[in-house]
Design a protein around this ligand. Sequence first.
Ligand SMILES: Cc1cc2nc3c(=O)[nH]c(=O)nc-3n(C[C@H](O)[C@H](O)[C@H](O)COP(=O)(O)OP(=O)(O)OC[C@H]3O[C@@H](n4cnc5c(N)ncnc54)[C@H](O)[C@@H]3O)c2cc1C
Ligand SMILES: *[C@@H]1O[C@H](CO)[C@@H](O)[C@H](O)[C@H]1NC(C)=O
Ligand SMILES: *[C@@H]1O[C@H](CO)[C@@H](O)[C@H](O)[C@H]1NC(C)=O
Ligand SMILES: *[C@@H]1O[C@H](CO)[C@@H](O)[C@H](O)[C@H]1NC(C)=O
Length: 515
Amino acid sequence: MAAKTTLLLAVSFLATMLTLSTSQVLPPPLLTATCPLPLELSPVLLTDQLTKLAASADYGNMVHVEPAAVAHPRSVEDISLLITTSYNCSLPYGVAARGNGHCTKGQGMVSDGVVLNMQSLSTGGNAGTKIVVSSDRTFADVSGGALWIEVLTEALKLGVAPVTWTDFLYLTVGGTLSNAGLGGQAFRFGPQIANVHEMDVVTGKGEVVTCSANKSSELFYGVLGGLGQFGVITRARIALAPAPQRVKWARLLYSDFATFSSDQEKIIANNAHPDSVDYIEGQVLLDNGTPNLWETSFFPTDAIPTITSLVNEKGIVYALEVVMYYNPANEAIKDQQMKQLIRQLKNDRGLAAMKDVTYYEFLTRVPVPDPSIPLAHPWLNLFVPKSGVSQFNDGVVRDIVMRANITVGPVLFYPVNRNKWDDKMSVVIPDEEIFYAFSLLSQSNVGDWQKYQDQNAAVLAYCEKAGIKVKQYLAGHSTQQDWIKHFGPKWAGFQQKKAQFDPKFILSPGQKIFN
Ligand SMILES: Cc1cc2nc3c(=O)[nH]c(=O)nc-3n(C[C@H](O)[C@H](O)[C@H](O)COP(=O)(O)OP(=O)(O)OC[C@H]3O[C@@H](n4cnc5c(N)ncnc54)[C@H](O)[C@@H]3O)c2cc1C
Ligand SMILES: *[C@@H]1O[C@H](CO)[C@@H](O)[C@H](O)[C@H]1NC(C)=O
Ligand SMILES: *[C@@H]1O[C@H](CO)[C@@H](O)[C@H](O)[C@H]1NC(C)=O
Ligand SMILES: *[C@@H]1O[C@H](CO)[C@@H](O)[C@H](O)[C@H]1NC(C)=O
């Protein structure tokens, strides 16, 4: 991308006269001296400082890059025109889709280019409609800018829902499909990218392509987990299933990692059984001097002193979380199955609690953060192969994280199985049948994140030295060399798809893969 260009509000004299005489819209900004934007886009582009400032921050609050303009596309055509104009230009500008800005390392930002506010995009011709459930209720056509909470709400009106979820639902469909969309249902149903039938994508050449496993499959598999590099997802067809009404939800505590992970692995091994649990995750509770909201809100009040003293004594306690779905008609059976499962698990005696809530309450368990408290989120998300997980627990969780004693925020740790992922997709995962998702979801005051990034770097350095072949999820690699290493054998294909679908490196430059 060219060096910072000044924004000029000008297009050719004739064109200006034409617009001003027919409507009140202002002429569009000139992004670079050589790429005047089409007049049709004037009403879609915002260049005021406040809007640009909002697009130069994300959930991480560590990277700030200012775009030249923010577009609120009304249609797929608007997006296509914006990208085609850049593509046709001798000095193309970058275009970065922004879902809900919930990545943490500037992946959705662009310097001197255009940020696409995806949430303004509807589906089909229906203004305002972002979700259309099929008449047989087996799938929904969803705008790439729809939030998962919106998909849930609409689908539930018809008694159906997607089958696999992230922990937090104020994320967009296009945003999670560009990564993986991982949560506690993935061991059974795969990540969200494995539950998409079809997509509409605007490529880096501005072409609008409908793709699926059978049609333009290169693009389909490329885009899933593709970090926004090959196209903007404008519509996704998401698989639906009948929604359960309620859930049995349990949390169990372990002071021993081997016992904890062995119980987790036994549960996920049973994923093909009709009576399998429907959700499993795990967390690491640290003795960090702050009350852990996660445990205090779930366990009965009289259990808290026991838990607190166990965490104090051990420094670390592992918490396994399982859920079984049910409908009132089969409550007795589910209740029995859950109790039977809990009896078989080898958690520390007595340290278990169970709740019974609606499916909706369970899925919306992670609240929307309070925007009036600005925080930085120096996160590290890793996939750890099973063969190295015990060493990882010793070398990373205990020797680095527990010793440093700086981590505030959830630390997730749970296994998933590779056979629910499709290797044709762009997402990169370890080369083992079982791997663990480990997330260090640190938070800090706005200017105070460096020590967390240093800790993250120490974790990665340890894994490198110990030969634990971890892969980063939601990675923030900053050099192409690091990305080449990340992709490993998939790099050649990834690069080839870039040349095919975005040869001028227009899309999502904030990922720093090609730019
Ligand atoms: C509180 C919280 C909880 C989370 N929980 C989970 C979780 O449980 N599981 C999980 O997997 N992830 C989780 N995430 C991470 C989340 O998946 C990423 O932040 C992801 O980027 C989606 O966020 P977004 O929709 O805001 O997309 P953005 O962050 O805005 O965009 C992410 C990237 O995708 C590109 N992009 C966005 N939309 C499109 C589109 N329509 N087409 C093509 N490219 C696009 C962007 O350019 C950018 O590079 C969580 C994040 C937060 C903040
Ligand atoms: C881009 O270039 C192609 C081929 O020259 C042309 O057909 C098309 O109209 C141009 N589109 C825009 C928006 O500049
Ligand atoms: C792709 O085609 C195969 C048969 O050729 C069919 O079984 C399958 O359902 C199709 N998949 C999609 C997503 O259309
Ligand atoms: C971590 O620090 C807190 C105080 O900030 C303290 O209460 C706690 O005991 C420490 N934990 C460990 C494992 O050192």
